[in-house]
Design a protein around this ligand. Structure first.
Ligand code: ZN
Ligand code: FE
Ligand code: FE
Ligand code: ZN
Length: 264
């Protein structure tokens, strides 16, 4: 792992409670220290209604366990690492009230709003990647960015997760118009964007969002929150030096969230 510039935080990390991550929260925190980071914010996949994507997230009953585990790590690393507690929520029309209820259950530091489903299709799941072949990509991205826009307007989230996620397996947006509307909505709502370095680990081999979108976001004054989307401790702080460089070149600003307020 290459050393990261000082005073950075990794604000998109998972825990084994979601069922598809490995390593204990303590190991993620230690990895953040080892990577030279100043902080880490846990944002595990939020509980959703039971019918929605259940195998990929903690249950509502497990939420207290999540909070307790992270609080234990917070105490253990006090004075050495700034450990914060958040959630990666899913924006899926019809579930807003449930999300609101879960967000009211604790004083979260940071809540990411992510879109992982178009209808019933988990479009970022490698198991269902063949579905892209039957789709009109232009329409796919229009539908996807309409959801991102609605997520921004919902008032539920602090940032939008991995903005151009449908490119994950290499299926790029052939039009590039819908994303502009989404960015306008994100700016108008005062949200940040998750600068998500996991894209560099995927077939597309490009962080989310793409460099051109990072520039378009920076022009609109949208700040960025650095996240590795680590699902194992080794991924904490993944390629943050490059992320900082890319955001800097675009004239963008990096923030973190505490108590759901952005800090420069
Ligand atoms: Zn995950
Ligand atoms: Fe995600
Ligand atoms: Fe994530
Ligand atoms: Zn994610």
């Amino acid at each position: 792992m290459t050393a990261s510039p000082p005073s950075l935080s990794d604000s998109h990390t998972h825990t084994p409670l979601c069922g598809h991550a490995t390593g204990t929260p303590r190991e993620y925190a230690q990895a953040a220290l080892d990577a030279g980071l100043a902080g880490i914010c846990f944002t595990d996949h939020m509980p959703m209604p039971r019918w929605y994507d259940a195998p990929w997230r903690m249950t509502l009953e497990q939420l207290p366990e999540y909070i307790e585990e992270i609080q234990t790590v917070q105490q253990e690393f006090a004075g050495r690492l700034d450990v914060r507690l958040g959630l990666e929520a899913d924006f899926h029309p019809g579930t807003e009230r449930f999300i609101e209820k879960v967000l009211g259950m604790h004083d979260w530091d940071y809540v990411i709003g992510s879109i992982h489903y178009l209808g019933a299709w988990g479009f970022d799941n490698p198991e269902f990647v063949e579905e892209y072949e039957g789709r009109d990509l232009g329409q796919l991205y229009r539908d996807y960015y309409a959801l991102a826009e609605a997520a921004a307007r919902s008032g539920l989230f602090d940032s939008i997760g991995h903005l151009d996620l449908p490119k994950k397996f290499g299926h790029r947006d052939p039009e590039g118009q819908a994303v502009v509307h989404a960015l306008d909505a994100i700016a108008a709502a005062g949200l940040a964007l998750d600068f998500n370095t996991a894209g560099w680990r995927k077939p597309v081999a490009e962080a989310y969002p793409a460099p051109s979108l990072v520039r378009a976001a920076a022009e609109r004054g949208i700040p960025f929150v650095l996240g590795s989307d680590a699902h194992k401790p080794e991924e904490v702080g993944y390629r943050f030096a490059e992320a900082v460089q890319q955001i800097g070149e675009a004239g963008g600003k990096i923030v973190t969230f505490r108590g759901r307020k952005s800090q420069g």
